[in-house]
Design a protein around this ligand. Structure first.
Ligand code: SAH
Ligand code: MG
Length: 212
């Protein structure tokens, strides 16, 4: 356990602790602790109460966000049947079925008319190659002054690595292509002047875009 994790008093909720342990054991990429802390502060500071998440996995972050305040409602989208099953179980044991809506669909195909926006926060954390697709698809549902937050934009340091010729030793073609796509999103979002965007080098890289 690192220093900051050892002194932080959050993330001690027994369900969240056991879910994080399960995710670590099964290699399920849930949000890093420090990114989770920043996300929580953004939600609190912005008094966000309607949240859309793309990519539920086992429901860790959806539950974590819903637990911030009783007025918060989270809609979260997941396409993988095995994940959906586990997420449902966790949402029920957290007694949050009334404040977390799990949409069982592919976020690429989903009809956005079925969603109850506007959302104060849209958290994009699904297939990383589709970040631009998700950003453009869901941004019409964002409230004015709302936030779009995208996780894993530094992708285990691989973006940095591939962009520096002296460090680049990535062999896999698929991985290289994925890194290129994440980099393309990062550059794209920086150039959108209708958002104030900053990429924070915490956790796995957290991109925060404030709608102007
Ligand atoms: N947000 C979660 C972790 C999500 S991991 C947390 O921090 O706790 C990414 C998840 O996105 C995986 O479960 C994967 O199945 C899902 N996913 C990837 N592409 C998707 C898509 N197009 N539609 C819906 N879910 C998707
Ligand atoms: Mg993530």
């Amino acid at each position: 356990v690192n220093y900051l994790d050892s002194i932080n008093t959050d993330d001690r909720d027994p369900l969240l602790v056991s879910m994080r342990a399960q995710a670590e054991k099964e290699d399920i990429p849930i949000i890093d602790r420090e990114s989770g802390r920043l996300l929580r502060q953004l939600i609190l500071f912005g008094r966000v109460d309607n949240i859309l998440e793309i990519g539920t996995a086992i429901g860790y972050n959806a539950i974590r966000m819903a637990k911030i305040d009783k007025k918060i409602h989270v809609t979260t989208i997941e396409r993988d049947a095995a994940m959906i099953k586990v997420a449902k179980r966790h949402i029920n044991s957290a007694d949050l079925a009334d404040r977390i809506t799990l949409i069982e669909d592919d976020a690429v195909d989903l009809d956005t008319d079925t969603l109850n926006g506007p959302y104060g926060l849209i958290f994009i954390d699904a297939a990383k190659a589709q970040n631009i697709t998700f950003f453009e698809k869901f941004e019409p549902l964002l409230a004015k002054g709302g936030l779009i937050v995208v996780d894993n934009v530094l992708f285990h340091g691989l973006i940095d690595k591939q962009k520096d010729p002296s460090k680049n030793d990535i062999e896999s073609k698929n991985l290289k292509a994925l890194v290129e796509k994440i980099d393309r999103f990062n550059r794209y979002v920086m150039q959108r002047d209708d958002y104030d965007t900053a990429i924070h080098a915490i956790g796995d890289g957290l991109c925060v875009c404030v709608k102007l």
